[in-house]
Design a protein around this ligand. Sequence first.
Ligand code: NAD
Length: 281
Amino acid sequence: MIKLPLNVDYTGKVVVVTGAGGLICGAMARAFAQSGAKVAALDLNEDAVKKLASELKAEGFICEGYKANVLERESLEKVREAVLKDLGECDILVNGAGGNNPKATTDNEYHHEAIDGKKSFFDLDDAGVDFVFKLNFQGTLIPTQVFAKDMVGKKKGCILNISSMNAYTPLTKIPAYSAAKAGISNFTQWLATHFAGTGIRCNAIAPGFLVSAQNKSLLFNEDGTPTARSAKILNGTPTRRFVDASELLGATLFLCDDASASAITGVVLPIDCGFSAYSGV
Ligand code: NAD
């Protein structure tokens, strides 16, 4: 059990969470389940979502785990049918699967500091860049096409996307991930507008810097000491700390609740300890 930051009753709601095998969306799936929802936890990592589902069931909550690739429409359609049979039609979709890839990351922050033998901007791998764009952008668009159909029929529903700090201003080294997440913020507004007449709301959260498996090597050296990049992040954060995954849950539960956020659609909410507000001076 986790301590929920907000008491919102999601009893009877079917919440589909992609990337639920990971740090952020695993916590979100748990928060929805503890709030009464019937949670469909989707991830490429089947073991992770099956484990999450069995833990939640053992605690008396409702959750099923499904192996799913957010980039494969056919497999998602099959998962949708399984969710429909096991839990019912989707009311809320959290598009959480996403991330960066080392193949789309430069070794140097500035080209004038490029070192021979290290990966410069000119060495970025086409397939790596393509992978990052696809995972983050199409990995949000395709599940929305598959699961929002349930919401259109009901004339209500909610979609929550996950953007990032780099959508506001790109971060050095990760051009594809930055551009893809800017695309997510933009797509969130597009979806909010497109679905405005259907009763479906679409918002995003933009988490600040969390320590997770995918960015650990950028933030900490092998011996556990913080990298120079970590120091820069903390110096650029007025509260001088990383965000904890648990601190994303209040906004998640709030934004997806029709009673609390009925007029909120098309927003991207930074949850960043002030990073996006701080000029550094
Ligand atoms: P994570 O790596 O812990 O979780 C991501 C999950 O997505 C993993 O379980 C992975 O198996 C799954 N996944 C990857 N490709 C998939 C695919 N094709 N189909 C289905 N599942 C797939 O990462 P996280 O930190 O929990 O990130 C969750 C989301 O938050 C991502 O969109 C990420 O870009 C975003 N985000 C993270 C941070 C951060 O600091 N960690 C900050 C801002 C935004």
